[in-house]
Design a protein around this ligand. Structure first.
Ligand SMILES: NC(=O)c1ccc[n+]([C@@H]2O[C@H](COP(=O)([O-])OP(=O)(O)OC[C@H]3O[C@@H](n4cnc5c(N)ncnc54)[C@H](O)[C@@H]3O)[C@@H](O)[C@H]2O)c1
Length: 248
């Protein structure tokens, strides 16, 4: 199936990490011009150079999505080089797990900021240009944790919050040809997850409790992003698609 996104400018935040890098690869494979944005420039550059070596248009940019100036500079650079961002994937995120009584304000702020403020700042930059083109796709990476996980009050709250943000943006911008959707992955075997000391236990639980009895692969999420970013998904907005093997 031709997704119809050839030549479109796609910006993936956290593009150096497991799901972000896989998303960059899949979008580039569909002919999009891909920006891998990350705090870790060296890793983002690895992703971009691998894509360029394969014949794709790709650039790496260092940006901290929680910093307004950094995000403004990122968009100004990309727009100056390639024109408006038409596909935005708000993917940057991390966990700082702790029972609530042990959770510091820093642990709370860091997680909420990278997920919610990051998506807010990037979306705010992208929307005017998408509106000008009367076409845009915004994909917000939530998590199955939006349903609530013990030890993840900060992460669960932020991942539920991004679903509310998604729905508000879908209502605001649908009339301008912009769709906004959230993806809620289950356990995805990125390097960080594979390196967890208790990964064997996580894997065993996933295989035992998940209707599709395996952990997810970054490509499971990346292919979902690509479909929702495609021309074929123009009538889907404000939705949450779980990529969790049927485990809710
Ligand atoms: N792996 C999973 O099981 C899983 C499940 C559900 C949801 N998710 C979500 O998917 C997204 C990607 O997760 P992943 O597993 O690939 O993680 P990852 O750690 O491999 O990648 C995240 C990337 O975000 C970057 N990043 C962190 N803070 C940033 C900032 N302030 N500005 C820009 N970039 C920043 C990191 O440098 C890293 O490259 C996250 O939002 C995560 O919460 C992951």
């Amino acid at each position: 199936m031709n997704l119809g996104i050839e030549g479109k400018v796609a910006l993936v935040t956290g593009g150096a990490g497991g799901i972000g890098a896989a998303t960059c690869r899949v979008l580039a494979g569909e002919g999009a011009q891909v920006v891998a944005c990350d705090v870790n420039l060296a890793l983002a550059e690895q992703v971009a150079s691998e894509l360029r070596a394969g014949g794709a248009s790709a650039m790496a940019r260092q940006a901290d999505v929680t910093d307004e100036t950094s995000v403004k500079n990122l968009f100004a650079h990309v727009i100056g080089e390639w024109g408006p961002v038409e596909i935005l994937v708000n993917n940057a995120g991390f966990t700082r797990d702790m029972r609530i009584t042990k959770m510091s304000v820093n642990d709370w702020d860091a997680v909420v900021d990278v997920i919610l403020k990051g998506a807010f700042l990037c979306t705010r930059e992208a929307i005017p240009h998408m509106t000008g083109k009367r076409w845009g796709r915004i994909l917000n990476i939530s998590s199955r944790a939006h349903l609530g996980n013990p030890g993840q009050a900060n992460y669960s709250a932020a991942k539920a919050g991004i679903i509310g943000f998604t729905k508000a943006m879908a209502l605001e911008h649908g009339r301008n040809g912009i769709t906004v959707n959230a993806i809620a992955p289950g356990i995805i075997a990125t390097e960080a997850v594979l390196n967890l000391p208790h990964f064997p236990k996580i894997k065993e639980l996933a295989e035992g409790n998940t209707p599709v009895p395996r952990v997810g692969h970054p490509d499971d999420v990346a292919q979902t992003v690509a479909f929702l970013a495609s021309q074929h998904a123009g009538y889907i907005t404000g939705d949450v698609l779980h990529v969790s093997g049927g485990r809710y």
